[in-house]
Write a protein that binds this ligand. Structure first.
Ligand code: ZN
Length: 493
């Protein structure tokens, strides 16, 4: 079966899934720069200089340690505001909690035609890094051999530096702008908002975010994938699975280990988990996954060339099922998944405890109704003494994918194809989460795409060791972003 050749490509499409696996290590304290250097932004005609300026900006940005926890994003927000103001762009910092903050800058329309604002979004916080394991200190912003190193070099300060420089180039351009463009950098993406990031901005300062008619955020990316040879693949996230972190709590009679109790908390929990282990959540092919496969079909070998075309038909899951069953990565695209991640019960070898707990990391397909899923899970558990605890405010609603015929998607697609010849542009569903969910939930289309060309090794450094981005990818990223924005703000003919 040539499915082995499809696997690396799927791996690329789930690249952002690595975002879910944080490297849980303490961070060494790094003194923040008193006044990080700001590069001069050159003209858009000198791309070599643009590349160097973007690398310099990113190096300074990385040096501001925003490891979350604790985040401490306010300093980074002020840095971004200072950069924007130096370009003559109005900017404001929004302090959402002590030490936490967001920043937005706005380029106003010079020839408004009534169309709504486009929002460029990235996040200020990063996951922690273990300095002992890195080739260069993770908050040094070292530039070596054509790469900028550092925690956040890709996720998401690299993406942020690309947006900031493209935004600055747009501000400099003499071309009339028919609509506003807003750039916001926000806190706490890595910890799902915490009520201080995008969620806080939407609640307290929605107008500062645009309000947008479409959002360009992190998520997908561009790369060359083995099954397609040298052909670049640009994966633009239009949808994502929703995390639901559940705790199962079993309670029962406690006692002495010499006298086993049939319905003890531990035994109830074990029986419930065994039933969940056998629970096969139904398979479905979400619309963006079908679209991804359909667009891939022409580029794949038989039998995937044929199978991919059948993705919208019932027979697809019957034919591809055996393979999907064997590849955990593939399962996430077609079903709600349940991972047992933590067990906690008992305190002494000869004591039967009265309480036992298990953590389940559930990832729901966007169209799954969380309440319906919970009801099904309760039925599977079938034990009133094992309850499911849902963190408050954590019951995700159904979300629609953002349309791939939207003007922002099409503009990114056009400029990506212009930059990367013969690129295959795919709308994708991510199996991990981003701040785009906050916008999709309220019906605002959001697209995840970092436009620099990366490879597998580099994407593996996201949340991992030696995170780094090629300066060449910064340059192409700025060019694609700048030209896409130019297309979107141009007065309609
Ligand atoms: Zn990120």
């Amino acid at each position: 079966m040539s499915h082995l050749r499809l696997a690396p490509l799927l791996a690329c499409l789930v690249l952002p899934a690595s975002l879910a696996a944080a490297e849980a290590v303490p961070t060494a304290a790094v003194a923040p720069p008193a006044d990080a250097a700001l590069p001069e932004v050159p003209d858009a005609s000198d791309w070599g200089a643009v590349r160097d300026a973007t690398a310099g900006l990113l190096a300074s940005y990385v040096r501001i340690d925003t490891s979350n926890p604790p985040g401490d994003e306010l300093r980074a927000a002020r840095f971004v505001a200072r950069f924007l103001e130096a370009q003559g762009i109005e900017a404001r910092v929004y302090e959402s909690a002590p030490g936490r903050g967001n920043v937005c800058g706005r380029l106003r329309a010079t020839a408004p035609d009534g169309r709504g604002a486009i929002l460029l979004l990235h996040h200020l916080d990063v996951v922690p890094a273990d300095p002992d394991a890195w080739s260069f200190p993770p908050f040094s912003g070292a530039i070596r051999d054509g790469f900028v190193y550092g925690r956040g070099a890709i996720d998401d300060k690299g993406h942020g530096a690309i947006q900031l420089v493209a935004f600055a180039l747009l501000a400099r351009s003499d071309a009339p702008r028919a609509r506003d463009v807003v750039l916001c950098a926000t806190a706490a993406e890595e910890t799902r908002g915490e009520g201080v990031g995008v969620d806080w901005m939407l609640a307290h300062h929605p107008a500062a975010l645009g309000p947008p008619v479409a959002v360009w955020n992190e998520g997908g990316g561009a790369m060359r994938a083995p099954p397609l040879g040298d052909r670049p693949v640009a994966a633009i996230a239009v949808s994502e699975k929703r995390g639901l972190w559940l705790t199962l709590v079993a309670e029962g009679e406690g006692g002495h280990g010499s006298q086993p109790i049939r319905d003890s908390a531990n035994r109830r929990l074990v029986r419930a988990l065994a039933r969940i282990d056998r629970f096969a959540t139904p398979w479905r092919v979400p619309a963006p996954v079908a679209e991804t496969l359909d667009r891939l079909a022409g580029a794949l070998d038989f039998p995937w060339s044929l199978l991919s075309r059948l993705a919208r038909h019932r027979i697809f899951l019957r034919l591809a099922g055996p393979w999907i069953e064997d590849v955990p990565m593939a399962q996430g695209f077609v079903r709600d998944t349940i991972a047992l991640t933590r067990l906690d019960a008992g305190f002494k070898h000869n004591v039967i405890p009265r309480r036992a707990e298990a953590s389940l990391d559930v990832r729901l397909l966007p169209e799954t109704d969380a309440k319906v899923f919970l009801a099904a899970l309760e039925e599977v558990i079938d034990d009133p003494n094992v309850r499911i605890e849902v963190p408050p405010g954590e019951l995700p609603g159904r979300t629609e994918p953002s349309p791939w015929d939207d003007e922002l998607f099409r503009a990114i697609e056009t400029e990506t194809k212009a930059e990367f010849e013969d690129a295959l542009v795919l709308p994708i569903m991510m199996t991990a989460g981003t701040d785009s969910k906050f916008f999709r939930e309220i019906g605002i289309p959001a697209y995840g795409f970092i436009p620099g060309l990366l490879d597998r090794e580099l994407t593996a450094s996201i949340h991992g060791l030696d995170e780094r981005i090629p300066v060449a990818a910064l340059e192409t990223g700025v060019r694609v972003t700048y030209r896409t924005l130019g297309r979107l703000v141009a007065p309609s003919p």
